[in-house]
Design a protein around this ligand. Structure first.
Ligand SMILES: [Zn+2]
Length: 202
């Protein structure tokens, strides 16, 4: 089912995964997404120079498809083996995040956080690169962000709550950081199954 691996797309370099061990596997297989322990998740991603170019636009399209198939609310380019400063936010309620707010899928390019509210709140996060686990992660509740959108326009916004949380989680991926690194205690890490039992219907 993976759109990445349709033969018609395989001639385009941008849609080919760079890790040979994951080639020719469908995107809805969790292992097509870089998993914790893969070096690409620990690299500092590089700035995108040509936003209108085929490479950037193709990567955005690929990431939108990948996150939709995987049922995520966000995905960062390193998670599909491209160490570039791009992520997608696409919050909507689904089985992984039943209480997520609805927002249109949005490409965030060369993002930065200009201001953080002092207070942090803890809430549950999962990650497509850390399957079967959930962490109770402290994040700043309100942030002022600046990024370039898919059309190349600079955007500045205030984000709060769950959307601010996604932004911070995905920006961390561009800096080689996972949610596990942000935990206050290993006791704040639990299994996905246990999380479903205890919190999903809350
Ligand atoms: Zn993640």
């Amino acid at each position: 089912m993976g759109i990445i691996f349709k033969p018609s797309l395989q001639n385009e370099p941008i849609v080919r995964l760079k890790d040979p061990s994951t080639m020719n596997q469908p995107i809805n297989n969790i292992f097509t997404i870089a998993q914790l322990g893969n070096e690409v998740l620990r690299q500092q991603a590089t700035e995108v120079k040509n936003i209108q170019g085929d490479e950037c636009q193709g990567l955005i399209k690929l990431m939108m498809e990948a996150v939709s198939e995987a049922g995520g609310v966000g995905i960062a380019a390193p998670q599909i083996y491209h160490s570039k400063r791009i992520f997608i936010m696409c919050s909507k309620p689904n089985t992984r995040y039943p209480n997520a707010p609805l927002m249109p899928p949005t490409a965030i390019i060369n993002p930065e956080i200009l201001h953080y509210s002092p207070e942090k709140i803890k809430d549950w996060e999962g990650c497509l690169s850390v399957p079967s686990m959930r962490g109770f992660v402290p994040r700043h509740n309100q942030i002022t962000v600046r990024y370039v959108d898919q059309k190349g326009l600079v955007q500045q916004k205030e984000l709060t709550g769950f959307i601010a949380r996604i932004f911070q989680h995905e920006l961390d991926h561009l800096n080689g950081i996972t949610f596990i690194d942000q935990l206050e205690s290993t006791k704040d890490l639990i299994s996905e199954l246990e999380w479903q039992k205890q919190f999903a219907s809350a």
